[in-house]
Ligand binder design. Sequence first.
Ligand SMILES: [Zn+2]
Length: 116
Amino acid sequence: MTRPHTKHGLHPVSRLMERIEVDFDSGCWLFTGPLNGTGYVIVPGFDSKSERGHRLTYQFFRGPVPPGLVLDHLCRVRHCLNPYHLEPVTQGENVRRGARCNAGLAPYRTDVKEIQ
Ligand SMILES: [Zn+2]
């Protein structure tokens, strides 16, 4: 038995969408509310469980996250909730990309295919 709404009666994604500012240069959907200690959006999801905001928007607009995968921010903006800036990857790949970003290399772009 799952409840479609939280105790506030509003869909979790609706509450997120009310607090987004779109950056028209990057296309990022920037969350204007509070962030957790590592810069992510944490909100009450379904059944009052805490959920990362970008997981909610991804699942709502694009569908389920494949089992075992995490969502990588291609734009490297942790509080961005644009579901099209997210890609499901393995945890190892996510860490590898983060290291690349920390090394000052160009972030990944969705329109560029990486050569394996
Ligand atoms: Zn973004």
